[in-house]
Design a protein. Structure first.
Length: 765
């Protein structure tokens, strides 16, 4: 078969890079850190790429139509049915997108048993997009069998399978793909995957490794079935092969560039075993890693199937990109002598594709301007940071540099905000900005002029004739002063967190930081935002991190950080509230199952009651009640429900929509038992009792007013109070008048006494 059997390009395809997979506007580099979104359900308007505006648009407002805007293309993808999940036999799934699932750890199975795959739970929720076929695993003595069936999981470590968007696969088509420059290693990778079922591609982000990985998976595709190409999004404390799926016919891509902690010593052996057992099931896995992450004793066993993957040659990739962008007439420009150094240095895929974008957007054939922008305006930035004028009345060198960097951070902000950001940096460098220092320094106008910042009304910009100069300045700062990154992160987030800064300017700062995090792969910026912004400007932090969690470039990392923040022994209350609000907002709408798992982690640290938790579960109950019901079934299934389960239950009880959902889940026998047990646990907990009593009182009022079904509630709550007429809450039943027995709570007491009597009578025979 040919490689384009599965990789054909439609005319409405989004403008993506042939190899790096980055956006046509040049922001972002590689799709290596990209989560797979359910595009058929969730069009993503989160990125903006029109000229003159930040790539991150976090506020409202209008903008002109942009032919490269991703949201329009994604809608077209959805309309054309391109991203509909397919079953293993190539047909569309009747159940829509794959919901968040996980695979339980499989116990070692003796080889003689040769078990078939069986469901891990009799009621696993909606079927996944795979059509699972029965097969026999050949398990060597002492080996591991991997579970092929799936279930929704909301507690411990797990891996989320999500279908790869077809737009990613189109980048692998014959008319788009450019192979890595080392043909021997590329051939080796294909052979290792075909023979061993698994291969590790070790390369830095931005070199085209994701596109190469998908192309690799396409080379082992079977003609008899259209395999489901699947991204694996792990949510674990450390990598665990036993959590990986084993559905037959799967083509899996796992990015291990970022790991919470190194895997165990047997990880490499287990990964090899996973590949060996997968061959018989027509299942293949490609792992992405970086040279920094893929080292240690545990990697020794993976060396036989690890390939250090180089980027494709830059020039043919630029040619291919220009052809795809409709700029064939500019391909001849690449033969100019000015480009000789570029081809000699052979930059990685993300840079090659960025060069193609700059050439395509150039309005005239000016090689000097094109290459200046490609090189990040380094010469111009060097001049900005080394001013020729210094002396009386002039700002010092460090003051000028601070203003240059502040102008880049708050590019387009008010004059006052830019000056304030510069002074904040100087203060963090232990340079006093007391009134006497400010008044004896150069004037604000002179400081702005020395930094070549141009006013436009009350707002200040870096030279807008130099495309993307402001982000280039920040990128230069991060790259040229790597030992100061922690100080710089602290400074930048502190600027946004300062409540004296106008909201619009703080939003500009956060947009600059998130673009920077994407471009230089500095994910620690996200951690700093979470820690430092949550307590001082939480609404902005919620807005920013929600956009980031749903972004194609850094979304997966942000979602992982939300999860990991809540695994700490005692996270700060502000951070708990931040994660809770994010999970109860847009994330709940677009990724309800992912929001649910993080809420479970946050609930384990939340108080009784928690208003943010109540609001989050109210939102989830409105947008996806079935997901909430499945989570409750999992959480409350234990004889002694854990704290997160009880916090979630009480949070649901505090809203009308949540209360109705709880009553619905209690309509069958097992659900009734979970409902009764949860209330009894809450009433028996000293920390939770008062909050539980408050909600039950509210329920009683709602029942008496007809807002909740009084008969159903009487029946259920009689079971709650029946065991010895639950003594922790007897005060509710102290009769204040003769009419008490006719009240809602009087009827519950009567039923509880009758049931208690019947139970005792039955027990004595």
């Amino acid at each position: 078969m040919t490689d384009d059997t599965y990789f054909t390009r439609p005319p409405w395809e989004p403008d993506r890079d042939a190899n790096s997979g980055a956006r046509a506007d040049g922001r972002g580099d590689d799709r290596d850190n990209e989560p797979v979104r359910r595009e058929e359900v969730t069009p993503s308007p989160r990125r903006s790429s029109w000229p003159g505006w930040p790539a991150w648009s976090l506020g409202g407002g209008h903008r002109p139509a942009d032919p490269t805007d991703e949201s329009d293309h994604e809608q077209g993808t959805a309309d054309a049915g391109a991203a509909v999940p397919h079953t293993a036999d190539g047909g569309p799934s009747a159940h829509g997108p794959v919901e968040e699932e996980a695979y339980e750890e499989a116990e070692p199975v003796p080889a003689a048993e040769s078990p078939e795959t069986t469901p891990a739970d009799p009621d696993p929720g909606p079927p996944a997009a795979h059509t699972t076929k029965q097969f026999t695993q050949e398990v060597p003595p002492g080996g591991l069998a991997f579970q092929a069936e799936t279930q929704n999981f909301y507690g411990s470590d797990f891996v989320t399978p999500q279908p790869v968007p077809l737009t990613d696969l189109y980048a692998c088509a014959d008319d788009r793909f450019v192979a890595p420059r080392d043909s021997r290693r590329w051939t080796q990778a294909q052979e290792l995957l075909a023979q061993g079922g698994v291969v590790v591609l070790c390369a830095p982000p931005g070199n085209g490794r994701r596109t190469a990985a998908l192309r690799l998976l396409g080379t082992v595709a079977s003609l008899s079935a259209g395999p489901l190409f699947t991204d694996l999004e792990p949510e674990w404390s450390k990598p665990d092969v036993a959590k990986l799926p084993a559905a037959p016919g799967g083509r899996y891509l796992l990015d291990l560039s970022e790991m919470p902690e190194p895997p165990g010593p047997r990880f490499g052996e287990m990964l090899r075993g996973y590949g060996e057992t997968g061959k018989g099931a027509d299942r293949y896995l490609v792992v992405l890693a970086t040279p920094q992450s893929w080292q240690g004793q545990w990697t020794e066993a993976t060396r036989p199937f690890t390939v250090m993957l180089p980027s494709p040659d830059a020039k043919p990739l630029v040619v291919q990109e220009l052809r795809r962008r409709g700029a064939v007439h500019k391909i001849g420009w690449l033969e100019g002598a000015a480009y000789g150094d570029i081809w000699e240095s052979n930059p990685p895929a993300q840079d090659a594709r960025r060069l193609a974008r700059i050439i395509q957007e150039a309005t005239e054939h000016d090689d000097s301007a094109i290459l200046d922008e490609f090189r990040g305006w380094h010469h111009h930035i060097g001049n900005l940071l080394s001013p020729s004028k210094q002396g009386p009345g002039e700002p010092t060198l460090v003051a000028t540099r601070a203003m240059v960097w502040a102008g880049a951070l708050v590019n387009g902000g008010t004059k006052r905000s830019v000056i304030q950001a510069a002074d904040t940096l100087l203060t963090s460098l232990n340079l006093s900005r007391a009134p006497v220092d400010v008044l004896s320094d150069a004037t604000s106008s002179r400081r702005l002029e020395a930094a070549h910042l141009k006013p436009h009304g009350d707002r200040v910009f870096h030279d807008r004739n130099k495309h993307d100069l402001a982000p280039a300045v920040l990128r230069h700062l991060w790259e040229e002063f790597p030992t100061q990154r922690d100080l710089l992160r602290t400074w930048a987030v502190a600027v946004a967190a300062d409540q004296s800064l106008p909201e619009d300017d703080a939003r500009l700062v956060m947009g600059s930081l998130l673009n920077l995090a994407t471009e230089v792969h500095d994910n620690a910026i996200i951690d700093r935002v979470g820690r430092d912004l949550a307590g001082r400007r939480r609404s902005l932090a919620v807005e920013v991190l929600t956009h980031a969690a749903l972004d194609p470039e850094i979304g997966r990392y942000v979602r992982n950080r939300l999860y990991q923040w809540m695994t700490a022994a005692k996270p700060p209350a502000e951070l708990i509230a931040l994660v809770t609000e994010i999970c109860g907002g847009e994330l709940a709408v677009h990724q309800p199952a992912i929001a649910m798992t993080r809420l479970a982690r946050a609930a384990a640290h939340s108080a009784y009651p928690s208003q943010p938790m109540a609001e989050a579960f109210r939102k989830l109950s409105e947008v996806n009640p079935a997901e909430v019901a499945r989570a409750l079934k999992s959480w409350l299934g234990e004889e002694q429900p854990k704290r997160h389960a009880l916090v979630a239950f009480l949070a649901l009880a505090s809203s009308d929509v949540g209360a109705r959902l709880l009553l619905d889940t209690a309509s069958e026998r097992e659900g009734r038992a979970r409902f009764v047990r949860a209330w009894q646990q809450l009433l028996g907990d000293d920390d939770a009792r008062d909050a539980a009593e408050t909600e039950l009182t509210r329920w009683g009022v709602a029942a008496e007013q007809g807002d909740l079904p009084a008969g159903v509630l009487t029946d259920l709550l009689a079971d709650v109070y029946e065991p010895e007429v639950h003594r922790s809450s007897l005060k509710r039943f102290f009769a204040r008048d003769e009419a008490f027995q006719q009240t809602f709570w009087g009827r519950i007491l009567e039923q509880a006494i009758i049931r208690n009597h019947e139970r005792r009578k039955a027990a004595t025979g």
